[in-house]
Design a protein. Structure first.
Ligand code: SAM
Length: 257
């Protein structure tokens, strides 16, 4: 990476850290409109958010993921980054995942939910998933098994995160490295306001697809809407969010960068 790019990346990482504490404030003081989303159920399910990215051979995202990970059935490991993951993983075929994890700034589950999650071998880490410490803790939890499925759909949780392409690519790559060969991940970017940044990210994703790396990426960028109201939360309605589905083949490289 060039020196100039590295400086920019460092700056945006620092910005992201500040914004994370803003997110935490928002979570604790206001709560989120959308929380603990389902895989298929609800208006903001993973299926609705990532619809259209997994082709037409599968009726929904659950079928798609379970089909992709068929060889790992009963043994798969799943992670939701930026969410507690309780409802998400409850909506897969029971026992499909051997163990699952949600990583969220706070653990908002009721005692009842915790008991149910415990029975399903679902765990929650209350962490900043973007910090080095948070990342290490996720790695530690995964151990040598790695993750077969990673989902990240923070919606308003990522408002105000940097849209610097170097920052976004390094975050995607960091998570990609946690994913096992044969695994699949669905990611939602923060709103990318800058047109040039959108083109750089789109170009990067296209170039991965075109290089015969045994990685298949489908993505969509939602349309720009005029920002409504004031402040960060309404900016989220401004569009420019990239939704990504990435399949990591058995011969895929260990790093995207
Ligand atoms: C709008 S909620 C979405 C929750 C869930 N993913 C869903 O789709 O229902 C935003 C979530 O992002 C999480 N979040 C925001 N910044 C985060 C960070 N730096 N690390 C981990 N989680 C974060 C919050 O804790 C919260 O759970």
């Amino acid at each position: 990476m060039q020196k100039e790019n590295f400086r920019k990346l460092k700056k945006s990482l620092i910005q992201a850290r500040n914004i994370t504490s803003g997110s935490l404030k928002r979570e604790v003081i206001h709560g989120w409109g959308i929380y603990n989303s389902g895989l298929l159920s609800g208006l903001h399910s993973f299926d609705k958010t990532f619809g259209g990215l997994y082709g037409e051979d599968h009726e929904n995202i659950k079928e798609y993921i379970e089909d992709r990970l068929a060889a790992k059935r009963d043994n798969a490991v799943g992670v939701e980054l930026g969410g507690i993951g309780s409802t998400l993983f409850k909506e897969f075929t029971p026992g499909f995942f051997k163990r699952t994890l949600g990583v969220s700034l706070t653990d908002s589950r009721s005692e009842e939910d915790k008991v149910l999650d415990y029975k399903n071998n679902h765990h929650v880490l209350a962490l900043d998933a973007f910090s080095s410490y948070g990342h290490r803790e996720v790695q530690k939890w995964l151990g040598h098994e790695g993750a077969d499925f990673i989902g990240e759909k923070m919606h308003a949780g990522s408002v105000g995160f940097s849209d610097n392409p170097d920052f976004l690519m390094s975050v995607i790559n960091r998570w990609y490295k946690l994913l096992n060969k044969g695994g699949v991940m669905f990611l939602e970017s923060p709103p990318i306001i800058d047109q040039k940044s959108k083109e750089v990210i789109g170009g990067w994703l296209d170039s991965i697809n075109n290089k015969n790396l045994d990685i298949k990426i489908t993505y969509k960028i939602n349309a720009d809407l005029k920002a409504r109201g004031q402040g960060g939360f309404s900016e989220y309605l401004g569009g420019g969010i990239v939704y990504i589905c990435l399949q990591k083949g058995m011969y895929a490289p260990d790093s995207l960068l």
